[in-house]
Design a binder for this molecule. Structure first.
Ligand SMILES: Nc1ncnc2c1ncn2[C@@H]1O[C@H](COP(=O)(O)OP(=O)(O)OP(=O)(O)O)[C@@H](O)[C@H]1O
Length: 716
């Protein structure tokens, strides 16, 4: 693994004898200080690939600090109120005195914040003079805000076109301004009011700062110059703010090592995960990896919702080195000042494409902005991004924006399914298979056709759609029976579908608990989610029925089977879902049920006031309702196209035909001839090694000839 013996020992105790391919590539890169984009199949050991080197570096840093090895000061905290050289966009030039700025790029907005801000109470004022052509906005923003002032809820701007803006909402305000105008920016922290003046003329109230933002520190978000116009009475120059109301801009102002030690709530590594379960899993891996690291205590913290925030805060105050968590709770703690990013040197986004698709792009940008780009001991911030489906447009854009000459560790060059996962699809065709017409009992369907006339014989789209729902319950049970599944993860599209299937399997299994199952989805309370996952892992329940909340990252040792009741509409989630099996070289079978006809399904968006709870609006979304027609053959085609494969189709009896997998493997176990790869490897390498040996021998002969004249060639 190329890591410290103490870490190596822990890894060995976990039975990891060799690094996986991705670990072999990524660990040295991370230890060497690089930014890494890690694209590797599900179950290929990405967690270890980033956790091991991070633990090593964090621990070594702690030891250095303990030994009193000083680190150089990178950026002193400036005593003056100026524009920050660090907290600015890359195309924004700032003069050496920090008082004037200019954008060096024509097309986009480039912003900057001051080196200090105010919080608590008081009334503050600063002025900005427009010294150039072009548009600008001035105002106040918190450290979290986008540098493009006024385009998120943390920034309040006044622009040259005579508009005020916050959270992308641009409203008419005051009047236009431009070259040579002087804009006064007023902030009253007591009333939460922000207003502006133009050339000394008050333009009236612009904003009332919302309560959550008010408690944060607000920074002037543009150029500072001596005043041309005195501020109104009661307001003071922002540079005269009382010390107790001033906070320094944390971006790029890392202090000395002795200062660092005293900042307890500032970890060296932040690892962001898309779900609670995954955050907890990574956290538990860290506990295992650090087991033998004695001397300096490496302190880790799990930051997820559903856990008492007070406990998290007290752990933070006692000191932390590595924080693993979900984005929401992480940002809450950062905004409230409980978690500081000033010493962060590793910023890790696990399942990065998932985080971006869940809408966390701005949050990630905001956190990244708050992390100093140079650490206190003079090293660059390292960003590590990984997923089995990293080949997504959003990820590439983010890498360009935030990462520093990143290296791709990408063994396949495209999103791929591991060889250990055998995945098949079964078409569910209610026109061919009419058994649904005479089912004595079936899974309770989602009720979307409750108001439609659905009955055998009437071949409407609605009837067929309802038939598919019934048949899918049957096919699921058939897949379980055919493959004698006694452990499987089953994915449904909605929470309601999960609940219905859970009821059905429990009913069918009745007393002998043949189909014992538990659910994992967003409507279940955190303790229940945790308990259910534990039950499934401990094999106290045979089936885990879940939504996509469990699609990514969950590592259940030796899980042999998974069933997709419905294909996901997001193609990458197919890769993640089926990747719950076939992990760590064990074989797995994934069966997906695909309806051949359109199926009408629930789709509750922001427009649905209850977000699905007791919603019976069965109209389609374009008619203001909460239903869509789901087109699985299209999703199947998209998945195949994305993976560049044709997924094998099996008949409704769900027998998997004989092929290289069948008969030779037992799902859930390792392939018998492990090590064969290495034998092949020897054969493949042999000619190259032979050639190298011959070259080496020639070189030696040449050397000897040159220095000692004639040499007899001894072939041995
Ligand atoms: N070097 C190794 N030797 C043996 N087993 C390993 C090794 N590295 C990781 N594993 C095991 O492989 C499994 C999968 O690892 P991990 O959860 O890190 O995969 P992943 O690449 O993050 O997958 P996903 O994309 O699904 O999140 C785990 O059970 C882990 O313990």
């Amino acid at each position: 693994m190329g890591v410290l013996p103490e870490i190596g020992k822990a890894v060995e105790e976990m039975d990891w004898m060799l690094p996986t391919d991705v670990q072999a590539e990524a660990i040295p890169l991370i230890l060497g200080g690089g930014d890494v984009l890690m694209a590797a199949e599900t179950g290929s050991g990405k967690t270890g690939a980033f956790c091991l080197p991070i633990i090593q570096i964090v621990w070594e840093t702690l030891k250095d600090l303990e030994a009193g090895k000083g680190s150089k000061i990178i950026a002193q905290i400036s005593p003056h109120w100026t524009l920050s050289f660090f907290d600015r966009g890359p195309a924004l030039a700032v003069t050496p005195d920090g008082l004037r700025c200019q954008s060096r790029e024509q097309k986009e907005w480039h912003g900057c914040r001051a080196t200090k801000g105010v919080y608590g109470k008081g009334k503050y004022y600063y002025e900005a003079t427009v010294t150039d052509e072009g548009l600008c906005r001035v105002g106040w923003s918190t450290q979290q805000a986008n540098l493009d002032l006024g385009t998120d809820r943390f920034g309040f701007g006044f622009g040259g076109t005579g508009k005020k803006s916050n959270n992308k909402q641009f409203d008419n305000y005051g009047e236009a301004f431009g070259m040579n105008d002087v804009i006064g920016c007023y902030l009253d922290l007591s009333s939460g009011e922000i207003k502006f003046s133009k050339n000394g003329v008050d333009l009236g109230k612009a904003f009332i700062i919302p309560q959550q933002v008010k408690s944060a520190t607000l920074f002037p978000a543009v150029v500072l110059k001596p005043f041309k116009h005195d501020p109104e009475s009661g307001y003071i120059a922002v540079c005269n703010a009382p010390k107790e109301n001033v906070k320094h801009n944390e971006v790029g102002t890392a202090g000395t090592s002795s200062q660092n030690k005293s900042i307890k709530n500032a970890p060296q590594a932040i690892i962001i995960e898309p779900s609670r379960e995954l955050a907890e899993q990574t956290f538990n891996q860290i506990l295992k990896f650090k087991k033998h690291l004695a001397d300096s205590a490496l302190r880790e913290l799990l930051v997820i919702g559903g856990v008492n925030v007070k406990d998290q805060i007290s752990t933070l105050n006692a000191g932390v080195d590595i924080v693993v968590g979900t984005p929401g709770r992480m940002e809450d703690l950062i905004s409230a000042g409980h978690l500081s990013l000033t010493q962060c040197r590793f910023f890790v986004l696990d399942e990065a494409d998932g985080l971006l698709k869940q809408g966390y792009t701005e949050l990630i940008d905001r956190l990244h902005r708050q992390i100093p780009k140079i650490t206190s001991d003079g090293r660059r911030l390292q960003m590590i991004v990984c997923s089995a489906t990293l080949h997504a447009f959003e990820v590439k854009k983010m890498a360009e924006r935030l990462m520093h000459f990143p290296t791709w560790v990408d063994l396949k060059g495209e999103d791929a399914v591991p060889e250990t996962v055998h995945h098949v699809v079964v078409m569910v065709d209610p026109q061919k298979d009419t058994s649904w017409q005479s089912l004595r009992r079936h899974v309770q369907t989602d009720g979307i056709h409750a108001k439609d006339s659905v009955r055998p014989g009437n071949n409407t789209a609605e009837t067929l759609s309802e038939a598919v729902k019934m048949l899918k319950g049957e096919y699921c049970v058939r897949a379980i029976n055919e493959h004698k599944m006694d452990r499987a993860i089953i994915f449904c599209r909605t929470k309601l579908d999960c609940d219905n299937l859970e009821k059905y399997l429990n009913q069918l299994g009745n007393r002998n608990n043949q189909y014992s199952c538990v659910c994992l989805h967003g409507d279940r309370k955190p303790p229940e989610r945790k308990a259910n996952l534990e039950m499934f892992k401990n094999q106290e329940a045979k089936f885990l029925i879940c939504t996509d909340v469990a699609a990514r990252g969950l590592d259940i040792t030796g899980l042999p089977f998974m069933i997709n009741i419905t294909l996901p509409d997001e193609k990458s989630n197919y890769v993640h879902r089926i990747g719950r099996v076939g992990r760590a070289e064990r074989m797995g079978l994934a069966v997906s049920l695909v309806s051949s006809v359109p199926e009408k399904v629930w789709y509750h968006g922001e427009w649905c006031s209850s977000r699905g709870r007791n919603c019976w609006n069965t109209r389609l979304t374009d008619e203001g309702g909460c239903a869509i027609w789901y087109d699985e053959p299209r999703f199947l085609a998209e998945i195949e196209d994305h993976l560049n494969v044709t997924i094998q189709q099996v008949e409704p009896d769900i027998k998997v035909p004989m092929d290289e997998f069948d008969g030779k493997v037992i799902y859930g176990q390792k392939r018998q001839q492990t090590g064969s790869n290495y034998e092949n490897h020897v054969a493949q390498m042999a000619p190259a090694v032979q050639e190298l040996a011959q070259l080496e021998s020639k070189v030696q002969l040449l050397y000897l000839k040159r220095h000692f004249g004639k040499v007899t060639h001894n072939r041995n």
